[in-house]
Structure formats: structure tokens, C-alpha cells
Design a protein around this ligand. Structure first.
Ligand code: HEC
Ligand code: HEC
Length: 421
């Protein structure tokens, strides 16, 4: 081959490579040992077993999950007879509802989060105002825009429905002192419900609260069955060839590039880390307030509410000892928490649009554009900085998000209503 030909071939290849790099981002040819370690920490193979919940003695009791399963799908637990937990957390949408703002008996002010792997979370709600899954479950039941029922009506349903009563009494103490009158009563209800509550004896109140919390504990036991399944991402990470080449039939070049951006340039991993792609902490990421709403205080208010909740880990209905309530006792209060929301899991994120605490962002590519821009926060400051990525890189990040979806690992019987209902 003559010299000139070799030079031209080289030149063409160099230019070609430069062109390719410009449009697709630098080709990541090898993961460094540090990156490999990081990747392994994201695989479902690194997911520990479910954390214990010392505040809930029946968290891992099969019979409690069975009772919770029935309650979860039961629309009798609502004032209009059509709302159940499953109305908003639909198994077929990875336990979300596809709506920007949730609709129960009325429209709410928040977007329905996914419940996939929820038992790993130490805090519940976008602002973390509940510190256990059972205490969380009590809130939608009495919320006016959600189920809009109350604890007395729930206790009465368990008492009067033969199937519920048998299942309940097989786990918890036998039901007594459930008054037939008044019709409706709760310390959290409207004026009439509150004064009806005040008219009950303290023994009756105590018994109703016990049934109410046991219902929450059973719903929590059920939700511990909602477990993410292995996705293409996990297969890729667990099979990175020994030669350390990133090229693999499991991931396209664009997915590899998106993953590299996720780890390095875009720093998504700072908050979306571990096998569920969340650090379970609260951050302000400059998401605009929902139209017509004031910018929310987020975790700043959430931690205060959790501390005051009579159903928290330190309260009389918790099964934990004081020393076991580490999260609640040592939670920080800082101004950093103003406007901060819980980092959501990215597992199955392609099935859970729209996004963010108020469903403000419709599509994944728009989420990437949001991070690229990192708008100034309306309250306090946005922790994420503008990324300056090119459109093709945003598409690569999006392509990577798609590799995190997979059918759930749960036994399918938990994903449909129980057959005896
Ligand atoms: C009307 C729709 C609706 C109904 C009904 C509903 N939820 Fe939710 N759920 C939501 C919304 C919206 C949020 C987020 C609210 C917030 O953060 O302020 C949420 C939050 C949660 C969370 C916290 C998730 C997290 O990541 O922190 C859990 C767990 C949960 N719901 C379980 C339940 C259970 C159990 C029931 C039935 C007792 C139920 N939900 C009924 C809409 C609903
Ligand atoms: C500073 C921490 C932080 C960083 C960095 C970060 N995120 Fe987030 N992410 C969050 C929080 C917090 C939310 C929820 C914000 C809200 O609703 O107000 C969120 C929401 C999301 C959502 C919506 C999920 C849902 O179910 O609503 C996606 C998708 C997402 N992030 C992807 C990314 C990607 C990709 C990157 C990197 C470009 C990234 N995040 C960087 C903390 C972070």
C-alpha cells in the first residue's frame, strides 16, 4: 500500500471517529474498576433482603399479607364504594395511575408514586411525613379526597364481614367494643365526626384505634410483596465480560453511553443509587410547583409532621422499642430540606409517567431536559446543576432508563384481586 493511501485511510478514520464522537458522545470502551464496582452496586443482585420493620409485628406474617391483599383491593373501604388502594396504585401500571394528580373521591394535590420495592423505604410520601408503611396506609383511608371513610366505619366492616372477621381474629385479639352507633367517627374527620369521636368512651376509642392500626399493619404486610424484577440492566451488569469490554449484545452503544452519563457527567448516581436507584433522601431538584399551588415546603414540613404523628414509631400503636426507632429519632432538620422531595426509584420508570411529586413532567425526555437546564428553584435552591448536555446525550440517558423495566418478581397472585372477594 502506498504511503498516501495509508495516510488518507488514517485521516478518514480519525475524521470519522471525531464525527461519531460529536454525534454520539465519547465512546466508552472500558469500565474502570471503580465504575465496575459502582455498576455492581446498582444491580438487583446487590439488593439486600427486605429490611425488618420492628414497628410492625405482623410485617412478615403470611396471614397478614393475605388480609392486607383483600383490603388493598376492597372498594367498600371508601365513602362512594368505588375507591380502593388499587384505584390509584394499579398493579398493571407498576402501582401508579397514569394521572398527573391522583383522583379518589375527589382530586388530590400530589402525583401517585410507584410502590415497587416500597418496603425498602424508611420514609413514606414525597415529603416523608410518615415513618412506617402501616402508619402511611392509615392516611389515605381517612383523607377526604382519597377513600374518605373513617376508622369507626372500617372497624365495623371488619367486625361485620365474616371473611374479614375470621382472618382478622386469626392474627389479632378478638374484636370487642365496636359501637354500632354513631355511624361515623374519627378525631381527624369533619366537625360532626370529631364530636362523634369525643362521645365515645376512651376504651372504645382505644379499641377502634387498635383495629385501625392492625388494618394498616396488614396492608403493609401485603405491600412487602411488591418486589422489582430483574431487568436487562441487571443482566448486563452481571455479565460484563471479563475482558471488560462495554460492548455486549445485552446493551446497545446508546444505552452504554447513557449509563456512562448517568454515572459520570450527569451525576444522576449522586441521588439515584443502590439497586433501587434511590438514596431514600430528600432533595430539591427545582421542579416547578403545580399550576395553582404554592411551592411546597416538602421535607421541611414532612419531618415535623412525622414527629407529631400519633401513629409514628415512638407512639403507643408501634410495636418497636424506643431504641429501634433510629430513623425518626435521628432525622435531621435543616433548611436544606425546604422544597425537598424523596428521590423516587427509577425501576420501571418507563411505566410510571407522568413524573415528579405533582406529575409536572409528562415524558422521560422532558425529565432529561429538566435536569439539563436545572432551573432556579422557587423555594430555597436547586441542588442539581445545569448539565450542558447535547440532545443526543439526553436521548442516550433516556435510552438507558428503558433498560430498568421488567415484570415484577412478585408471585402473580398478589397482583390481582383475591378470588374470594
Ligand atoms: C386517590 C388515590 C390514592 C389512593 C386511593 C391511595 N393512594 Fe397511596 N398515594 C397516592 C398519592 C397521590 C401519594 C403521594 C402523596 C404525597 O406524597 O403527599 C400516595 C402515596 C402512597 C405511599 C407512599 C409511597 C412512597 O414512595 O413514599 C404508599 C406506600 C401508598 N400510597 C399506599 C397506599 C395504600 C396502602 C392505599 C390504600 C389504603 C393507598 N395508597 C390509597 C394516591 C393514592
Ligand atoms: C440532587 C439529587 C438528584 C439528582 C442529581 C438527580 N435526581 Fe432525579 N430525582 C430526584 C428527586 C428528589 C426527584 C423527585 C423530585 C420531585 O418530585 O420534586 C427525582 C425525580 C426523577 C425522575 C422522575 C421519577 C418519577 O417517578 O417521578 C427521573 C426519571 C429522574 N429523577 C431521573 C434522573 C436522572 C436521569 C438524573 C441525572 C440526569 C437525575 N435524576 C439526577 C433527585 C435527583
Amino acid at each position: 500500500m502506498n504511503k498516501r493511501l495509508i495516510v488518507s485511510i488514517l485521516l478518514v478514520s480519525v475524521l470519522g471517529l471525531a464525527w461519531w464522537n460529536f454525534f454520539s458522545g465519547p465512546a466508552q470502551s472500558n469500565w474502570t474498576p471503580a465504575q465496575r464496582q459502582l455498576l455492581e452496586s446498582l444491580s438487583l443482585s446487590a439488593l439486600p433482603k427486605l429490611p425488618e420493620d420492628p414497628s410492625n409485628d405482623v410485617a412478615d406474617l403470611e396471614a397478614a399479607a393475605e388480609l392486607g391483599h383483600r383490603l388493598y383491593f376492597d372498594a367498600r373501604l371508601s365513602s362512594n364504594g368505588v375507591v380502593s388502594c388499587a384505584s390509584c396504585h394499579k398493579p398493571e401500571l407498576m402501582f401508579t395511575d397514569g394521572l398527573p394528580l391522583a383522583i379518589g373521591v375527589d382530586i388530590g394535590s400530589r402525583h401517585t408514586p410507584s410502590l415497587v420495592g416500597i418496603a425498602y423505604s424508611p420514609w413514606f410520601y414525597w415529603d416523608g411525613r410518615k415513618d412506617s408503611q402501616w402508619a402511611q396506609a392509615l392516611a389515605p383511608l381517612e383523607a377526604r379526597h382519597e377513600h374518605n371513610i373513617d376508622r369507626l366505619q372500617i372497624a365495623r366492616l371488619i367486625f361485620s364481614d365474616e371473611n374479614y372477621r375470621q382472618r382478622y381474629e386469626a392474627i389479632f385479639p378478638a374484636l370487642t367494643e365496636i359501637p354500632l352507633d354513631p355511624v361515623s367517627a374519627s378525631p381527624r374527620g369533619n366537625e360532626a365526626q370529631q364530636s362523634a369521636w369525643d362521645s365515645l368512651s376512651s376504651l372504645q376509642q382505644e379499641n377502634i384505634n387498635r383495629v385501625f392500626t392492625n388494618i394498616g399493619k396488614s396492608l403493609a404486610a401485603y405491600q412487602r410483596k411488591i418486589i422489582p424484577g430483574r431487568s436487562r440492566f441487571d443482566d448486563y451488569v452481571d455479565n460484563i465480560p471479563a475482558s471488560n469490554a462495554t460492548a455486549s449484545e445485552l446493551f446497545s452503544a446508546s444505552e452504554v453511553a447513557g449509563l456512562a452519563l448517568f454515572l459520570e457527567e450527569a451525576q444522576c448516581i449522586t441521588c439515584h443509587n443502590g439497586p433501587l436507584f434511590t438514596n431514600y433522601e430528600f432533595h430539591n431538584t427545582g421542579v416547578l410547583a403545580v399550576n395553582g399551588q404554592l411551592p411546597p415546603m416538602g421535607r421541611y414540613d414532612g419531618i415535623r409532621i412525622a414527629r407529631e404523628d400519633p401513629f409514628n414509631c415512638l407512639g403507643p400503636y408501634s410495636d418497636a422499642s424506643r431504641s429501634e426507632c433510629i430513623e425518626l429519632r435521628f432525622a435531621r432538620d435543616t433548611n436544606e430540606l425546604v422544597g425537598a422531595h424523596k428521590t423516587p426509584t427509577l425501576r420501571n420508570v418507563t411505566d410510571t409517567a407522568p413524573y415528579m411529586h405533582g406529575g409536572q413532567i409528562e415524558t422521560l425526555i422532558e425529565v432529561m431536559e429538566h435536569y439539563n437546564e436545572a432551573p432556579v428553584s422557587m423555594l430555597s435552591h436547586n441542588e442539581a446543576k445545569p448539565l450542558g448536555l447535547r440532545p443526543v446525550q439526553l436521548r442516550q440517558l433516556e435510552a438507558f432508563m428503558h433498560t430498568l423495566s421488567a415484570p415484577l418478581a412478585s408471585d402473580p397472585k398478589w397482583l390481582t384481586p383475591p378470588t374470594d372477594q
